[in-house]
Design a protein around this ligand. Structure first.
Ligand code: ADP
Ligand code: MG
Ligand code: MG
Length: 243
């Protein structure tokens, strides 16, 4: 991301974000509520409500901002949403198979897909019955977040943007979700942008870099030790400085 600027309904939210995530790296973006973290995630993914007013977002040299949302996904971008959308009438299994087909450009063999789906669901402690349920409909917060990670594992993107995937999880679900993220990044060939409000998940998913986000830009950068400092001191000083 180079000097990314984004407005929502004519209100400037992102005020020049610069960030490079290389293959094999995990970056945590930490910031208070309303600082623009989800705006960053949505703008990268191409949500139509978020207007890019300046800057670039490159993936392997190609400008994502010139692409439609589906093209971005095929280029290797993945977004786990903070508030996953309920889609009545579409089953989890149909949704996932369609998504895998779209991203790969060809349908996976039914048997291979069924095997991968079962392995993914087992690893995330998702009950087999979920495959036939309507997408996210009536899912608990934790079930929605596990399903986001199931998508991640099946779609195997180059770069994953995870927007508060840890929020609303109990300790057991947090561990299961973190293990999924760690499996995803274990190849060392993918990048992770882990957006979070809390330091808790960073005990399970060790970031290489931590960025503090306030007022629509990165105001501080460091290693994992920065997360510990935030835990102790909070965001207040950064919010004041960015105002
Ligand atoms: P965070 O994820 O860090 O909590 P957001 O990106 O959700 O922050 O919000 C940043 C700011 O942008 C807030 O002031 C919020 O009210 C505003 N905003 C975000 N999305 C929208 C939207 N769709 N319509 C209007 N305002 C929005
Ligand atoms: Mg928020
Ligand atoms: Mg948010």
């Amino acid at each position: 991301m180079r000097d990314l600027q984004v407005a929502v309904e004519d209100k400037e939210i992102l005020r020049g974000v610069n960030l490079t995530v290389r293959a094999g790296e995990t970056h945590a973006i930490m910031g208070p509520n309303g600082s623009g973290k989800s705006t960053l995630a949505y703008a990268i993914a191409g949500h139509p409500k978020y207007t890019v007013t300046g800057g670039q977002v490159l993936l392997d040299g190609a400008d994502l901002l010139d692409m439609t949302v589906d093209e971005r996904a095929r280029a290797g971008l993945f977004l786990a949403m903070q508030y996953p959308v309920e889609v009545p009438g579409v089953s989890v299994s149909n949704f996932l198979r369609s998504a895998v087909t779209s991203v790969r450009g060809e349908a996976p063999k039914l048997r291979e897909f069924a095997k991968d789906l079962k392995a993914g669901m087992d690893a995330l402690s998702i009950d087999a019955a979920f495959a036939q349920r309507n997408l996210n409909e009536g899912f608990s917060g934790g079930e929605k977040k596990r399903h986001e990670i199931l998508q991640l594992e099946l779609l195997k993107p180059k770069i994953a943007v995870l927007d508060e995937t840890d929020s609303g999880l109990d300790v057991d679900a947090l561990r299961v979700v973190s293990e999924g993220i760690n499996r995803f990044r274990s190849s060392g060939e993918t990048g992770v942008l882990l957006i979070t409000h809390y330091t808790r998940i960073l005990r399970y998913v060790k970031p290489d870099f931590v960025h503090v986000f306030a007022g629509g830009r990165i105001v501080e950068q460091g290693g994992p030790e920065l997360a510990e400092k935030l835990e102790a001191e909070g965001y207040e000083a950064y919010v004041k400085a960015s105002a």
